[in-house]
Write a protein that binds this ligand. Structure first.
Ligand code: FAD
Ligand code: NAD
Length: 404
């Protein structure tokens, strides 16, 4: 009997979880599994703010995909997906094409700039390892250049972070922690450095527990971060940003602008003509594309509605991994033609937001945490993600063990 071709696009949390679970569930002779990813490594997206601020080397946030896949069962192709043609069961890559019987789309997120002028050209976003390296080096370049120039440009020492969502806040925590060392390294007076966070909503971390938000903001302010709450970025220019609070418009000159104010699914979703909202496909209960029962979507390209709130679940690694686990199970059912497909039921354990390596806030199993306890929990969560994909050997290689 012909073995079905299972093609998995993307080796982030969702795609890699699908792959490693599926390779455990099925035998070599049951299916051809192909995993496609842009790079030959997986990165912990949830640690990218650390690599971007320079508090963790980028090699610590990534590992070779070959370390976790069973090469007897999975063929890995390093390439970029450009388009999916569902009617021909075909995937176009930059350097070739693939056909599938079952497809898993796990291409992750991209930055959402909402059409704001200049952001694509002049701002950075914490999107992948390449971007993280650029951000770290750009900030260092600005600091090095400040002293090298005769005419001092104070704005070189100003860093603007757009958005006080979880990404913005976690990045600010790392940046604020790194600043004393960075100033020493580049002979910069710390009083000249400005780190400004601009948030359009009436509060940082909109929707999160207000007491914990207040704790986070005051901890970051104590380390020198200035918050501009209720203020929206309207434009980014080569010299900084233009913001507006009500009718008041202001220019903030800054050598570095980080846009951390929103995400969307992969552009491949739109380029392939799928019906989607910000490139996220509203999947059926089994994580399939409506009308295409051979295509599953996991991670940030999928959209699942929380029936309690009637709003989409936020795109998180927690959900991406749970979707990957279920997708592998459902694929095994289809490959074998035995059993029933299971619907996706997210099991949200909580949210922990770091404020640097030594502090955090969170709600876990309904309990509020902050300070050292929350920070400890964050590292447990980071290590658990490694464990779920690569077992204890991956935790030993890449895990975080400096708990306090
Ligand atoms: P990704 O992790 O984005 O992986 C997508 C993969 O596809 C990547 O390997 C990429 O290289 C590859 N790819 C993309 N396009 C192509 C292409 N065209 N061709 C081939 N390969 C391609 N969530 C939490 O639950 N907890 C957290 O603490 C947390 N912290 C975060 C911190 C930061 C700084 C950020 C930015 C996000 C954080 N998130 C967190 C959200 C979480 O990281 C995402 O929800 C999660 O990464 C989504 O997983 P994914 O598998 O869909 O995509
Ligand atoms: P987000 O959409 O959650 O937050 C973006 C923030 O930017 C919002 O507060 C929004 O009001 C603000 N904003 C939007 N437009 C603006 C503008 N023009 N000017 C100023 N502010 C503006 O995005 P995110 O923080 O990147 O998070 C993306 C996803 O990743 C979310 O699902 C989040 O839960 C998840 N995440 C989780 C963690 C964690 O669990 N620790 C960490 C990072 C990200």
């Amino acid at each position: 009997m012909r073995k079905p071709n299972v093609v998995i696009l993307g080796a982030g949390y969702g795609g890699l979880m699908t792959t490693v679970r599926l390779q455990k569930l099925i035998g070599v002779n049951e299916a051809n599994i192909t995993l496609v990813n842009k790079h030959d490594y997986h990165y912990e997206t949830t640690w990218l703010h650390e690599a971007s601020a320079g508090t963790l080397h980028h090699d610590r946030v990534r590992y070779p995909i070959s370390d976790v896949i069973d090469r007897n069962k999975v063929k890995f192709i390093q390439d970029t997906v450009t388009k999916i043609i569902p009617n021909e069961k075909k995937v176009l890559l930059e350097n070739g094409e693939l056909t599938y019987d079952y497809l898993v789309i796990a291409l992750g997120f991209e930055s959402e700039t909402f059409g704001i002028k200049g952001l694509k050209e002049y701002a950075f976003s914490i999107a992948n390892v390449d971007a993280a390296r650029q951000i770290r080096e750009h900030i260092e370049y600005q600091f090095a250049t400040y002293n090298a120039e005769e005419e001092k440009k104070e704005e070189r020492l100003t860093i603007v972070v757009g958005g006080a969502g979880f990404t913005g806040i976690e990045f600010l925590g790392e940046l604020a922690n790194r600043m004393p060392e960075l100033c020493r390294e580049y002979d910069i007076d710390p009083h000249k450095v400005r780190i400004i966070c601009v948030e359009a909503a009436p509060t940082a971390l909109p929707g999160f527990d207000p007491e914990l938000v207040e704790y986070a903001v005051s901890q970051l302010e104590r380390k020198g971060v200035e918050f501009r709450i209720g203020t929206a970025i309207k434009e980014c220019t080569p010299d900084g940003i233009i913001v507006a609070k009500g009718d008041d418009v202001e220019e903030i000159k800054a050598g570095t602008v980080i846009w951390a104010a929103g995400v969307r699914g992969s552009r491949v979703i739109e380029e392939s003509g799928f019906e989607a909202a910000r490139a996220r496909i509203k999947v059926d209960p089994y994580l399939r594309v409506p009308g295409h029962e051979d295509i599953f979507v996991v991670g940030d390209c999928s959209l699942v509605i929380d029936e309690e709130t009637n709003r989409p679940y936020p795109p998180t690694a927690q959900i991406a991994m749970q979707e990957g686990q279920l997708c592998a199970k459902n694929l095994a059912v289809l490959i074998r033609g035995q059993g029933e497909l299971e619907p996706f039921k997210p099991d949200i354990k909580g949210t922990v937001c770091s404020l640097g390596h030594d502090d955090a806030i969170g709600v876990v199993f309904g309990k509020k945490l902050w300070g050292a306890k929350a920070s400890f929990m964050k590292k447990v969560i980071d290590n658990r993600a490694l464990y779920l994909i690569g077992g204890s050997s991956l935790v030993m290689k890449k895990g975080k063990f400096k708990f306090f």
